[in-house]
Design a binder for this molecule. Structure first.
Ligand code: PMP
Ligand code: GLN
Length: 392
């Protein structure tokens, strides 16, 4: 028995509860619903990459602790990928760090770079772990709200500039953006870069959906902008780029000093992870461009299928320029509360989705928005659309 009347969970974390993704995936399982909530593909990535993991495991590569910064093969492959795609050159030995998914990269970056009380600006709606990690690091989050404008969620650059104070240490950027699907434009990124340089801010940029951009959108890494390479920690993930979300292989590229700082925190979180998978991801990163374009084309077709279906079912659809996700507005269906809507959706339609309000500090700003994932098999999306049409 404990005599303590103090809650076990500390004040830094008390507001966060269980992640919405776990809650909604459990709801899908319990109700036998189609899970368009948590963003994970329902088919595995390339067979040869899966086989590479099997080979590594059988050959005894990575079954014991890999080196702290990640295996050299993977660090070299990450550096080569940044060079090939973006002409960004990083030294595999001093400027690349392998992490347990992008999740650990985000956590380690914030834990390493923030002093208690430092302000962090992040776009709202923000990916859920940002708020929790800022809190664990003792930082203060300052949300800048992306607002619907002509069919997509946009950043107000004046609002961003106004959010910077003398206490701002870091901009936490995410492009392509989860959950809205917004891809920041060259103009927006230029303005962000100028602001970071002018106010001498660090930037952590979560670019896990770098390969999932559609139509005319282009993914431009913030580190390629003038003055940014030296102040930017860039984060990527094999989960998203190769459809192996369970492998938890992510990475950081940054200057030697920033990489060392992030590694200082990372070594006390997992130390290392995903040994055999690191070998497989090294091979995946070297796949020819044809893999990446086929992957993108496949996801684009799925996006269009779901976007059309959701519109026909009566939702207002914000067609995403990137990511796995479509954000919708439920008000045309006569609904206003995304939480209530998502809780009732399994019963009403046998589908699970995510209420975007959980990604907001200003909950009311996110209330009518609901996110659906389209990284699912075509037949699954078709069945989901059929069920959702019955809502009208
Ligand atoms: N950042 C964003 C924007 C994400 O959507 C996700 C997960 N889907 C992550 C980070 C975490 O990535 P990982 O699974 O590699 O930890
Ligand atoms: N990033 C995924 C999403 O947005 C979920 C990852 C997780 O469950 N932590 O759906």
């Amino acid at each position: 028995m404990t005599s303590s009347t103090r809650p076990f969970l500390n004040r830094r974390l008390a507001e966060f509860g269980t992640t919405i993704f776990a809650e909604m995936s459990a709801l899908a399982l319990r109700t036998g619903s189609i899970n368009l909530g948590q963003g994970f593909p329902d088919t595995d990535g390339p067979e040869e990459v899966r086989e590479a993991a099997v080979r590594a495991l059988r050959d005894g590569r990575g079954n014991q602790y890999p080196p702290g910064p990640g295996i050299p093969e993977l660090r070299t492959a990450i550096a080569a990928h940044q060079e090939r795609r973006y002409e960004l050159s990083y030294d595999p030995d001093t400027e690349v760090l392998v992490t347990a998914g992008a999740t650990e990269a985000i956590a380690a970056s914030l834990l390493a770079l923030l002093e208690p009380g430092d302000e962090v600006i992040a776009f709202e709606p923000y990916y859920d772990s940002y708020a929790a990690c800022i809190a664990m690091a003792g930082g203060k989050r300052v949300p800048v709200t992306l607002r619907p404008h002509e069919g997509s969620f946009r950043l107000d650059l004046d609002e961003l500039r106004a959010a910077v104070t003398d206490r701002t240490r870091l901009l936490l950027i995410n492009t392509p953006h989860n959950p809205t699907g917004t891809v920041l434009t060259r103009e927006e990124l230029t303005a962000i870069a100028e602001l970071a340089v002018e106010r001498d801010l660090l930037v952590v940029t979560d670019e896990v959906y770098e390969h999932l951009v559609f139509d005319d959108a282009e993914h431009l890494p913030l580190a390629t902008f003038p003055g940014m390479r030296e102040r930017t920690v860039t984060i990527g993930s094999a989960g998203k780029s190769f459809s192996f979300t369970g492998w938890k292989v992510g990475w950081v590229t940054a200057t030697p000093a920033l990489t060392t700082a992030v590694r200082s925190a990372k070594q006390f979180l997992t130390y290392v992870a995903s040994g055999p998978f690191q070998y497989a991801v090294a091979e995946a990163l070297a796949l020819p461009d044809s893999y990446f374009s086929a992957f993108r084309a496949d996801m684009l077709a799925k996006r269009d299928l779901l976007a059309t279906g959701l519109a026909e079912a009566g939702f207002e659809v914000f067609k995403p320029a990137g990511t796995y996700f479509i954000t919708t507005d439920i008000r045309p269906l006569g609904e206003t509360d995304g939480f209530a809507f998502c809780r009732a959706l399994p019963e009403r339609a046998g589908v699970v989705a995510i209420p975007n309000a959980v990604f907001y500090d200003h909950r009311e700003a996110g209330a009518p928005f609901v996110r659906f994932a389209f990284c699912k098999q075509t037949g699954v999306l078709e069945e989901a659309v059929k069920r959702l049409k019955a809502l009208a």
